[in-house]
Design a protein around this ligand. Sequence first.
Ligand code: C2E
Ligand code: MG
Ligand code: MG
Length: 763
Amino acid sequence: MTAPYSAWRLTLSYLLVAGLWVLFSDSQLIALGLSLEQLERAQTFKGLAFVLLSGGLLHLILHTHQRQYRRNQQALQHSERRLQQALEAAQNGMWDWHMQSGQLYFSPSYAALLGIPEQALETDQQQWMQRLHPNDREAFQRHLQQRISAADPTPYEVNYRLRHADGSYRWIQFRGRLLLDEQGQAQRLIGTASDITQRRRDEDSLRQAAAVFDATQEGVLVTDAEQHIVHCNPAFTRITGYSQTEILGQSPSLLKSGRHDRSFYASLWHALQTRGAWSGEVWNRRKNGEIYPQWQCIRVIHDEQGEISHYVAVFSDISALKRSQRELDYLAHHDPLSNLPNRLLFTERVEHALERARSDQHSGAVLLIDLDHFKHINESLSHNIGDLLLKAVGERLSTQLGKRMTLARLGGDEFGLLDEQCSNAEQAAVMAQRLQNSLTLPFQVADKELFITASIGICLYPEDANDVAQVLRNADSALFKAKSSGRENYAFYSQELTTHAHQRVEMASALRHALDRQELRVHYQPLYHLTSRALIGVEALVRWQHPERGLVPPGEFIPIAEETGLIGAIDAWVLQQSCRQMVTWRNAGLELQFVAVNASSRLFSRGELDLRVAEVLRDTGLDPACLELEVTESAVMDDPDAALALLQRLRDLGVRLAIDDFGTGYSSLARLKRLPVHKLKLDQSFVRGLPNDQDDIAITRAVIALGHSMGLKVLAEGIEQADQLDLLCQLGCDHGQGYYFGRPQPAAQLQQTLAQHTRPVYE
Ligand code: C2E
Ligand code: MG
Ligand code: MG
């Protein structure tokens, strides 16, 4: 029963009892038949008793009421304290906003949230708005108006940033509801506030982590402690082919490839148990059955109690990496043009072969195969064709390979063959011949039929050498020997070859001084008009009068001079000497038509030859028509346009021009036609086979016909026998030179021959 009701009942009960007392007590006293005096005393006594009784009753009531009131007060205080403590424990603040009065109430814990003293708390909405982050103010106003205008009393939750005492903004979550008065109008807003800054940060981090988890290229797999898959990311699905639904609840052993044995997994688990982590390469199986390599890192996750709660595996598919590693490895060890092993792999193989030879007591051979005159093909037909030919040569040579042989392209036009089963020189020679024979058939390259030969240097191991560098050096010396004794040869390494190499080095340094020490000589070889047998000119050929080695032929030092750059000075000197000699002869009345001087292809390619020639002609006073310059076919075809311009300038000087060693290079007929030359000098290699070799006859005939068709004279080099001369005459060759007529000799020695045979010839 409520307090007002009980108060009314008490009062009514009291009035009833008091009324009955007043009504009946006097009649009862009268009924007692007391005297007046007694009656007066009894009345007084009755009055006093009534007051006493009423007072006692009043006291009882007031006392009970007070006790009840105190108890209620205490309960209220308890309840308030409890509420306060609960709010503090939850780190929540409380707020209460009376809309009509505009008064704001904040609990002390609310002040604590923002680090401000209670007294500094805002007391009205305007002040409070100042604490709100400017970007949140509009949202706050909008939300408030919506709630008030809709008179919506349902609980709500909003988050705003409020300025903390330290100046930073904190995310505060307001939970509250609108209280309405009896008319349904908004009366108060009341609720709690809590700082959720950290929670928001955590949520942000979680969101970021989730984004990373989803977007990472690495597959991620999470299992519980019992190894049931509980989570995987999209990359996992991409790599393995298993979707989330297929894999969740399964065991990771589903992904095993079967490539690893028990001990592999035992060591993996051991690492997880002892170190809490493992990383390494694992071969797993995709859903489609494909086995592929992964790089995997596994970590153990513990809960707060330190018990294992999860395992997290992060892995990347390294099959592409492995593939590119393999490709890189292949590229590093193979020549891209021929696809053959390159020098690096070849040297490694030779090294292993030498080790095996040492341990198994057996021998083998290394053959260096160098294509003859390959440079000419490159220079005259373009590098593209040269490359195609190299590739084709590699393929052709590969067909000759047997067991335990490695063919490599060592660079340029050089190939290497390692034959680990070759036990003696004879076998190596047979192999070299086989390789050379394999090249005899023509190569069809870009609609062209090309012929190529090779020279081969052979080093046997372990007899000749027992380390890689020495094996290759020796094979190289042998190759040099093969080349110098005419092309398309093979030669073995021997100590004497090494000595020869040393001599070459010494020769290079001695050659530097040869000019200063006046050790160079010019010999002259007569050139004849074949049908009249008249001596019409001489070819100047340089020699080196070496103090120890005697007369050194140009074939031995011109290449060295070209390598070292001395050729310019040598050729200039020869030109000067020859022109001077020619002036002397002509002054002596000889009817010698011209002196032919060789120009190095090196010098020719530099393009200043005309300036030098003009200078020498000026210095010596020789009639330009008495000078013939010989340039090789390959020098001309190297850069035909530049050659054309240079030859034109030389011709403008009035000198005669001849193409030397014709037939050894690869001339383009179209270009040849445009060259302003006077003469083709048929290379002596074709004359050598005359008069019997049908091929040489055919070539000679063709060159003569070609020369004549272009209005050029043709000179045959290297005529040694009368029958060669006869045939050349028959074939219509114009001029010739050779031992048959006379060897190159010093000017003084030639004097008599010149006097006897020089006659004017009118062609
Ligand atoms: P080349 O210009 O083709 O000269 C002809 C070579 O054939 C000469 O060799 C000559 O001695 C040789 N020869 C002539 N007739 C016969 C013969 O009947 N049988 C044989 N087997 N050989 C014969 P050489 O003097 O040894 O010169 C070799 C090459 O050296 C020349 O070939 C030329 O290319 C080059 N050379 C010579 N002198 C000079 C020079 O002053 N400067 C330049 N740059 N090169 C030179
Ligand atoms: Mg010559
Ligand atoms: Mg020649």
